[in-house]
Design a protein around this ligand. Structure first.
Ligand code: ATP
Length: 336
């Protein structure tokens, strides 16, 4: 089995608010292999963005606290790395980020070309080369690379695009630009946080296809957070399911859809709209993270819950190669 490129172990993150301390990530474990597209799915508020931000080291300093855990990447625990080294060596270089809403990622008063040139000054792969060209030669080499990547993300007439302001291009084009900018430093891992939420459905499909194609061609790992199971099905190799800050199941994409083992995963799949059932929600509510249920946090909404589930968080149990579940009463083929 391939080794993980990045391994998150026992990650606990809490947020302070006037109402109290919210335990938003509760001992999360997750590993992503080189070149794989890993989906992180779950209802709104389950902690997908918090996990992505913890990996990137961009949790809000005033509110968030990392209580425990490690994020191992390239032999280092990123949580121990000082902010200046994280910014200079990792974030935006080895680990890149594609945000939800590309419209907020650009400065409206500068052209796209100016903003990309600025990015390349710090994040160009040439900045890390043994004998990098300098001055004009470096700028020309960087520009050639930018143009090549803009063509790769299928943006027509890249030279003209660089002279435009962000508001002069469509949302889909801005998201293609974000993908190109994320790939410019030749990262090993791209974190794509609901990258197509702000786009209409047809553009979403094109962007997802592109992301998958680029990840495959360049052997880049992708952590893809989404609450859209259809999107996860389209592009992911493996899926991790989060519920209220706990990961509950991890499976190759086909097993996830064909053989869900956690009752929550089953309910997530059952909530997909269909012609027969229409729209069905999951009965009950997500718990408040200020005083979450002990044990498995899904227990108040789970028909299979026993006293054990109300006291002990289930350990990860293997279901089949690459498939694990945390449930004291997991579904089997006979019970599903
Ligand atoms: N800055 C913050 N201050 C306080 N609480 C926060 C903050 N950011 C997130 N939270 C809380 O952390 C929990 C997890 O939020 P998060 O955004 O990680 O979930 P998510 O799964 O990404 O949701 P969505 O799918 O809606 O983006 C929520 O209860 C949220 O209210």
């Amino acid at each position: 089995m391939d080794a993980d490129l990045i391994t998150v172990r026992d990650l606990r993150v809490s947020f302070a608010s006037d109402a109290g301390i919210a335990r938003v990530l509760d001992g999360v474990q997750c590993g992503i292999r080189a070149g794989e597209i890993r989906g992180l799915v779950g209802e709104s508020g389950c902690g997908k963005t918090t996990l992505a931000r913890a990996i990137l080291g961009i949790l809000p300093r005033n509110a968030a606290r990392i209580d425990s855990g490690t994020v191992m990447f390239g032999g280092r625990n990123l949580l121990d790395l000082p902010e200046d080294r994280l910014a200079a060596e990792v974030r935006g270089r080895e680990i890149a980020y594609i945000p939800q809403d590309p419209s907020t990622a650009f400065n409206p008063v500068f052209t796209i070309g100016t903003q990309i040139a600025d990015l390349m000054r710090w994040k160009s792969p040439l900045a890390r080369a043994a004998n990098p060209p300098s001055g004009r030669a470096r700028r020309e080499a960087d520009l050639a690379r930018v143009i090549e990547l803009l063509r790769l993300v299928q943006l027509p007439n890249p030279e003209a695009l660089l002279r435009k302001y962000p508001h002069e291009v469509s949302g889909g084009q801005r998201q293609r630009l974000m993908i190109a900018m994320a790939l410019l430093p030749e990262p090993k891992l791209v974190i794509a946080d609901e990258p197509t939420t702000a786009l209409d459905v047809t553009v979403q499909a094109q962007i997802l296809k592109l992301l998958k194609q680029l990840a495959r061609e360049r052997n880049v790992a992708v952590l893809f957070t989404t609450h859209d199971l259809g999107a996860a099905y389209e592009i992911c190799d493996r899926i991790t399911v989060m519920y209220a800050g706990q990961e509950v199941e991890e499976a190759p994409v086909s097993e996830f859809f064909d053989r869900p083992s956690h009752p929550y995963t089953r309910k997530l799949l059952d909530s997909l709209p269909s012609a027969e059932t229409g729209l069905r929600g999951i009965p009950g509510e997500i718990p408040r993270l200020i005083d979450p249920p002990a044990g498995c946090r899904f227990n108040p909404r789970c028909e299979r819950a026993s006293d054990l589930c109300r006291t002990d968080r289930p350990p990860p149990e293997p279901v089949s190669p690459g498939h694990m579940v945390r449930c004291h009463h997991r579904l089997t083929e006979f019970s599903a």
